[in-house]
Design a protein around this ligand. Structure first.
Ligand code: CAA
Length: 383
């Protein structure tokens, strides 16, 4: 067992760090203030392969692994949580579902542009009445035999990236009586007639991410865009989320490390009672606790990523990583603001943005309570 990154992973980490520092960080504050994601930055991320890291070169991806994707997620999220979720929903939820369940034809048609830098993806599961209870989806897909198409009616909410995405992996109900076995996953071209995308929903954090309501009114989707089989929609949604949760764990680690790094710089400079506050043991103990928790969260995240890369079952490891790392992100960001006092609370310093961005990591892609359900479900608790 070796807890160190390989030389290749270290080089990738360094490259992502430079991209985050040079390209993302200078835009982060303004994107947060305006609540608009910079389209030139998105284009750059596509150009440099950041949107196709764990996908095969055969389809135009980078040919990296999930561990390198988590390294990118951490580096980007250190400087901007909104960039983290923009990459994550595209990579894990949209591309992940197509990569795992798509036919060769679907991969050529949809995965290729998504990972070679020509298109952006999103994922539509959550509805006003279907959050933690993902099986409560009301959006209907009805098969039209005459045209070999699905006709979709309904509405999704909090669809990240939908303001600018090209394709959406959409989860819809075909037969309510069958419950989780009565759902489909469809790849929907968001330019299709009948698709309406709302303004960005105003939020506390990750404000630059584009998180809209998407309404589907008699939207016709070719049967050729059906992912997997009829009835597999719920399973596809869950599998995509397993991968997504590793990405959110890495985002949480990034938000936490980014906040701690800022706090460390601050406490070395800030003098009170005649000394830099870094010289006080209270400060040192706080920082020791923060870094220890971050390292533990990072190791859980890497463990889940490596389990996925090794084709082992990663459902519970992903849930554990997300549960723990999101808690750590909230604790560390709160403590970082505390160490920086009144300045930490000011928008002049990015640490208050990390704190606002961190809250959602305990909510999206499965709440902490859902993570506990998943983890408990993986343990043999029945006598
Ligand atoms: N992989 C494969 N199959 C899975 C699975 C997984 N991870 N999880 C469940 N399944 C299968 C089960 O094996 C079961 O199949 P069988 O009937 O054949 O046994 C079937 O799915 C139903 O499973 P459950 O009985 O466990 O389903 P449930 O209705 O009790 O729900 C749940 C379980 C864990 C609570 C699930 O609903 C869940 O994860 N909810 C949270 C949803 C979520 O994360 N939403 C976030 C949306 S995306 C987002 O956040 C927006 C964004 O853009 C960032």
């Amino acid at each position: 067992m070796d807890f160190k990154l390989s030389k290749t992973h270290q080089l990738q980490q360094e490259m992502y760090r430079r991209f985050a520092e040079n390209e993302v960080k200078p835009l982060a504050e303004d994107m947060d203030e305006t609540e608009v994601y910079d389209m030139e930055l998105l284009a750059k991320m596509h150009k440099y392969g950041i949107m196709g890291i764990p996908y095969s070169k055969e389809y135009g991806g980078v040919g990296g692994d999930y561990l390198s994707y988590t390294l990118a997620m951490e580096e980007m999220s250190k400087v901007d949580g909104s960039t983290g979720i923009t990459i994550s929903v595209h990579t894990s939820l949209c591309c992940g579902a197509i990569d795992a369940f798509g036919t060769e034809e679907q991969k050529q048609k949809f995965l290729r542009p998504l990972v070679d830098g020509s298109a952006t993806g999103c994922y539509g599961l959550t509805e006003p009445g279907a959050g933690s209870d993902a099986a409560g989806v009301q959006t209907q897909a009805v098969y039209d035999e005459a045209t070999d198409e699905w006709v979709v009616n309904g509405g999704k909410v909090f669809t990240t990236n939908s303001a600018f995405a090209d394709y959406c992996v959409l989860i819809a109900m075909t037969d309510r009586n069958l419950g989780t076995k009565g759902m489909v996953a469809l790849i929907v071209d968001l330019k299709s007639e009948g698709v309406t995308i709302s303004q960005n929903i105003k939020r506390m954090g990750i404000r630059a991410a584009q998180n809209c309501e998407v309404t589907y009114e008699n939207v016709r989707v070719p049967n050729a865009n059906l992912l997997g089989k009829v009835g597999q929609g719920f399973k596809i949604a869950m599998k995509a989320l397993d991968g997504g949760r590793i990405g959110i764990a890495a985002q949480s680690v990034g938000l936490a490390q980014g906040a701690l790094d800022q706090a460390i710089e601050y406490v070395k400079d800030r003098k009170q009672f005649g000394r830099p506050i870094a010289a006080f043991q209270t400060t040192q103990f706080k920082i020791a606790d923060m870094q220890t928790k971050i390292d533990a969260a990072r190791l859980l995240t890497w463990r889940a990523a490596v389990a996925k890369d090794n084709h082992e079952n990663y459902t519970a490891p992903a849930a554990m990583a997300k549960l723990f790392a999101s808690d750590v992100a909230n604790y560390v960001c709160r403590e970082a603001v505390q160490l920086m006092g009144g300045y930490g609370y000011c928008r002049e310093y990015a640490v208050e943005r990390n704190l606002r961005d961190a809250k959602i990591t305990e909510i999206y892609e499965g709440t902490s309570e859902v993570m506990k359900m998943v983890i408990a479900g993986s343990l043999n608790l029945k006598k």
